[in-house]
Design a protein around this ligand. Structure first.
Ligand SMILES: Nc1nc2c(ncn2[C@@H]2O[C@H](COP(=O)(O)OP(=O)(O)OP(=O)(O)O)[C@@H](O)[C@H]2O)c(=O)[nH]1
Ligand SMILES: [Mg+2]
Length: 423
């Protein structure tokens, strides 16, 4: 009798446990699945709907396909290393950072890391700009850590304010709307970063159309942009600037990704208007440039792809040139830096993709780099060991569904095949 009751209780207990576990599972699925499905839907929408044929090739593979691409990445790296000549002469180049006094110690960490991994061997200068005067402490501490010359400047007030044509009332209204919509509309439905920040908008506009006009950058040909809190994960034992020069490269990136659509809703419409006004709409279909990276012929719209500009190495002559500045001035006149929240990364990337030749752009697959939250880590173990990398390749963002670098590789591979040239 006792045994029967015990076994009945055991049955009840296991029944209750099963019901409990099943309810937890149902609760979990009902809470989590919509997010997963929404994410998949969003990826499908973004990558199939907006991007058309180019990105459909292999676009749904995520990090599971790392191995398939590894040989390609290695071959790029090998060709890259092989093309660097041994020269002691430096390029006419500088690091460039826009930051605030409050970011001194994050900046110091980054400066020391860049010195350890690269610059102590090459001693390039470093230009720092700020919308306020840098403090003596900032200048003293940072200069001490840099092997080249450190230069500190202030952004002219006229480059960091609402331009006269901007209706400030409308800016505040559109910021309130962006903030109350409160979601990027992508898989996690995150709040739109900096939805209500005026200074972020001034910053994006400055990085889009003004930094290269600053006096301290005038003498230089190349810049390498750095932000506080970014980190290099591998030794860089060749002169990156010199390699840009010797290989005829004008723009270099490490990470690429898709932009939050809500921050650039009218951007590409304005880009198309501009090209039409100038009589150069053919640039969107040109095969000598990288238009496929930003323009999807099927939808006639922006692919949302951009080179992540917190790491960029660029030819200042391109940015100082007439073509880029007329493009920027037109976009600036439309007010989207304020009424929306256009970032400098899509602006730079669209210009680079349309106005440069595809072969002018360099993807640095051998550079381990992180700007939170994304990491680029060389996938080849051979490369990581040789360059003393300290990053985890499993965390690499390159093949993530939201990265555009797979797409970029496909485009480049097609061009190499059809035009028979090297990267
Ligand atoms: N002087 C100054 N620098 C700024 C200001 N806002 C941003 N910056 C700098 O501009 C660069 C880009 O700003 P971030 O805040 O990093 O923008 P982000 O990379 O899009 O966003 P995060 O995810 O926050 O890094 C960084 O180097 C900042 O230090 C500002 O108001 N004044
Ligand atoms: Mg940043």
């Amino acid at each position: 009798m006792m045994r029967a009751r015990l076994s009945l209780e055991r049955v009840n207990l296991s029944f209750i446990t099963s019901v409990f576990l099943a309810s937890v599972a149902v609760l979990f699925i009902s809470l989590e699945m919509p997010k997963v499905l929404a994410r998949d839907r969003q990826i499908l929408k973004l990558k199939l709907g907006f991007m058309g044929s180019g990105l459909q090739k292999g676009s749904l593979e995520t990090s599971g396909n790392i191995e398939n691409t590894e040989s390609n990445i290695n071959s790029q790296t090998t060709q890259h290393i092989g093309t660097i000549g041994a020269s002691n002469e430096r390029a006419n180049a500088t690091f460039y950072t826009l930051c605030r006094n409050e970011e001194l110690y994050q900046m110091l960490e980054t400066v020391q890391n860049y010195e350890d991994r690269f610059n102590s061997k090459f001693k390039y200068d470093w230009v720092f700009l700020n919308d306020y005067p840098f403090t003596d402490e900032f200048k003293r501490v940072i200069s001490h850590a840099i092997s080249g010359e450190a230069k500190f400047g202030q952004v002219p007030a006229s480059h960091w304010r609402f331009p006269d044509h901007i209706d400030q009332q409308k800016v505040y209204e559109s910021m309130d709307k962006m903030d109350s919509d409160n979601t990027t509309g992508d898989y996690l439905g995150l709040p739109i970063p900096y939805a209500k920040s005026i200074s972020y908008r001034h910053m994006c506009r400055y990085q889009s159309g003004f930094f290269y006009k600053h006096g301290l950058l005038q003498g230089y040909k190349y810049f390498w942009r750095v932000e506080p809190d970014v980190k290099l994960y591998c030794d860089i034992d060749y002169d990156v600037f010199k390699s840009m020069e010797q290989n005829g490269k004008r723009y270099g990136f490490v990470i690429s990704m898709m932009e939050f659509e809500k921050t650039i809703e009218s951007l590409f419409k304005e880009v198309k208007n501009y090209l039409q006004m100038k009589g150069v709409s053919r640039l969107l279909e040109d095969t000598d440039n990288l238009s496929d990276f930003v323009y999807d012929e099927l939808s006639g719209d922006y692919t949302l792809c951009h080179f992540w500009s917190n790491f960029e190495i660029g030819d200042l002559d391109f940015f100082r040139g007439r073509e880029y500045n007329e493009f920027f001035d037109y976009l600036d006149s439309k007010g989207g830096f304020y009424y929306e929240r256009w970032g400098d990364a899509p602006i730079h990337s669209i210009a680079v993709s349309l106005f440069m030749q595809w072969n002018d752009v360099k993807w640095f697959s051998d550079i381990g780099y992180r700007h939170p939250p994304y990491l680029s880590c060389p996938l080849s173990e051979e490369v990581r060991l040789e360059k003393k990398c300290s990053c985890d390749p499993k965390q690499d963002f390159t093949m993530d569904a939201y990265s555009c670098t797979r797409f970029y590789q496909d485009i480049i591979r097609d061009k190499q095949k059809s035009q028979g040239s090297n990267p």
